[in-house]
Design a binder for this molecule. Structure first.
Ligand SMILES: CC(=O)SCCNC(=O)CCNC(=O)[C@H](O)C(C)(C)COP(=O)(O)OP(=O)(O)OC[C@H]1O[C@@H](n2cnc3c(N)ncnc32)[C@H](O)[C@@H]1OP(=O)(O)O
Length: 411
């Protein structure tokens, strides 16, 4: 029977989502998660591939605004819900979904598409480049001490209900977004993702708890959401603190929150799974080695409208460079572009017939876009070629940022 790809009807959502669960291994999402995903799905941006009544393929996009170097919030398609039925794999279903989706994103006028990959090897062929990392830590708090900055003792900590404190915590998050390339401005409804706490998903740990950091004037300057996982062995208590999120607007609130998490009775390990690679915590701990930092790939970026994307961010130093871009999947980006940017943030990107300085594919531009992966390091791997001496260093400096890009939550 023929396959038909079409935009999702709201009434088809349950069948569509059941298919996704099957594609991901058949484990059912808890009811709280299902309700949330239903509410967050934008049906007109969700695609299904159908064989009769059976859904065999899916892909969707959320309408995000992504923080980029310089602090602009760029309309971005956040790609998710990608799955192909186990019975229909390796016949090009994903390829046809990606084709349609990127055409739709282009038509919607969004310069960027982003995703996190279940398997990092999948999306390079569609022009996505790895642009940010995420760091996990497992800290032995019996050995690792914190050296806190002045002002930490003035911060007042208060335990708060995660639901009741949500609005105040969201204000802190909103204050951080434009400082952090790769962070999405939270669209209405997405704040629920952080506090939805299905009992079956806690893995033996406590319900979600929240500690709020207040300045002397009572203003909330930070918060952490965490769980405690108690454990006992022959020597006594062996509990772990699992940090879900910690956001703070200043160094004192940052240090006060970590100090609190390090000192919870009956726990001797702090685990944090999703931290930026330049987390200030690395400079607060007495022993990085015993904090066991580990990185993994996080956000993959695809320039859909190359000139609009390159003009939307700012650059760390002045640059005037001609790039020869290969982009077989979105050929409208292919060819030679001149990027001229001042250090004050103004950038122009136009087609040119001038000789190229650098040669690369759209994937490398996606990787370098958020400022965390340098063109120089990509060149060292043979993925960027310098055609005119000196231009690689100039362009690499301009693209690089002084804050590591970071995606604080999944989608
Ligand atoms: C953003 C997200 O949502 S990430 C989540 C992705 N989904 C999952 O991981 C769920 C489980 N897996 C699946 O549903 C499917 O196997 C998918 C979606 C990964 C791939 O779907 P398919 O329809 O089999 O892919 P399709 O046949 O279109 O393959 C396109 C190309 O990608 C390659 N490819 C597909 N899956 C993978 C993979 N996991 N790793 C590496 N390459 C892959 C294919 O070999 C093919 O390469 P080619 O063009 O050189 O021949």
């Amino acid at each position: 029977m023929d396959l038909e790809m079409r935009v999702l009807q709201q009434a088809e959502w349950d069948v569509w989502f059941d298919h996704l669960e099957l594609a991901f291994g058949g484990v059912a999402e808890p009811p709280e998660g299902r309700t949330l995903f239903r509410a967050l799905t934008e049906p007109d941006r969700a695609l299904g591939v159908w064989q009769g009544e059976t859904c065999v393929g899916s892909a969707a996009a959320f309408s995000f605004r992504l923080s980029v170097p310089g602090g602009a919030l760029v309309p971005t398609a956040a790609v998710s819900f990608v799955g192909v039925a186990p019975t229909h794999r390796r016949r090009g279903v994903l390829g046809s979904l990606m084709r349609r989706q990127l055409d739709d994103v282009r038509a919607a006028g969004e310069p960027l598409a982003v995703l996190t990959a279940s398997d990092p090897a999948i999306y390079g062929r569609f022009g996505y480049g790895l642009a940010s990392y995420s760091m996990s830590l497992e800290i032995d708090t019996t050995r690792v001490r914190l050296e806190v900055p002045p002002g930490t003792d003035e911060v007042r900590l208060r335990l708060a209900d995660p639901e009741e404190s949500l609005a105040a915590c969201e204000r802190v998050y909103a204050g951080l977004v434009t400082r952090r390339p790769g962070a999405p401005a939270r669209q209405p409804g997405w704040e629920r993702m952080a506090v939805t706490d299905p009992p079956g998903e806690r893995g033996g740990a406590s319900p979600l708890m929240c500690v709020v950091a207040e300045r002397a004037d009572g203003e909330v300057a930070g918060y952490a959401r965490y769980r405690v996982k108690p454990d006992w062995n022959a020597s006594g208590s062996d509990g772990t603190v699992l940090v879900e999120v910690l956001d703070a607007l200043d160094p004192a609130a940052t240090a006060a929150l970590w100090r609190y998490l390090f000192s919870i009775d009956l726990t001797w390990t702090v685990r944090a799974a999703k931290r930026p690679v330049d987390d200030p915590l690395l400079h607060l701990v007495s022993d990085v080695r015993r904090s066991k930092p580990a990185t993994r790939d996080s956000l993959h970026v695809r320039l859909v409208d190359l000139p609009a994307a390159l003009e939307a961010r700012s650059y760390g130093s002045a640059v005037d460079v001609v790039v020869e871009v290969e982009d077989a999947f979105c050929p409208w980006n292919e060819g030679r572009w001149r990027l001229v940017a001042d250090a004050d943030g103004t950038a122009r990107c136009t087609r040119t017939a001038d000789p190229a300085d650098l040669e690369l594919s759209v994937r490398e531009l996606g990787s370098a876009y958020l400022g965390g992966i340098t063109l120089a390091s990509l060149a060292a791997a043979g993925r960027v070629r310098e055609l005119r001496p000196g231009t690689l260093a100039q362009a690499s400096r301009a693209f690089a940022g002084d804050v590591a890009p970071w995606l604080p939550h999944g989608f």
